[in-house]
Design a protein around this ligand. Sequence first.
Ligand code: 5GP
Length: 207
Amino acid sequence: MLSNDRGLLFIISAASGTGKTTLAERLVQTLPNLRMSRSYTSRAARAGERDGVDYNFTSRPEFEAMVQRQEFLEWADVFGNFYGTRRPDTEKWLASGQDVVLVIDVQGARQVKATGIDHTAIFVLPPSFPILESRLRGRSADSEEAMQRRLAAARAEVGAYVDYDYVVINDQLEPTVVRLQEIIAAERSRMHRMRPIAEAIIRSFEK
Ligand code: 5GP
């Protein structure tokens, strides 16, 4: 099958508790040519999280050294911890024709946009603030203070949705996964991405 040589870069952002990680995991399970980027973070691993699987856990000084060496495509301070996407990791996959999804916050998404790299940014919204709050309270063992911080961050972040290419409302998991799959399929067919392949086909029509 003909395809673009270079992979596509997708960004998924959403407030904490919206289900973005679960959605991204379902996407990479169901789409053959898509992989999730593994971020670096200076935060401590939570129970059950594994280094090199959920994140690359690094010390703060190590992270800062990577920033100095300009190794990050984007990085941000989220809730007092550093998180970043290492540029060579992403570049390697894109160059080999794999599509890559970054699950990053709104600050990171802004930085990727500022680089001018070809990408598609998707914002996932919960159906409403009360539903987000009840989902967060249902799943989390956070203190009330940490919960209030997450909720305040959610209020601050959702306004950024207008800067994204697509908005998806995560009402139910599977229909939302399907909507994301459709966006990815549509993006693969965009004119500027298909043009080299289309031109090769058109040339085959020439006498
Ligand atoms: P958590 O600590 O709950 O795993 O993630 C906290 C926040 O950091 C989430 O909003 C998540 O999307 C964001 N995040 C995770 N990795 C990255 C990254 O590489 N870059 C940026 N900018 N944000 C990230």
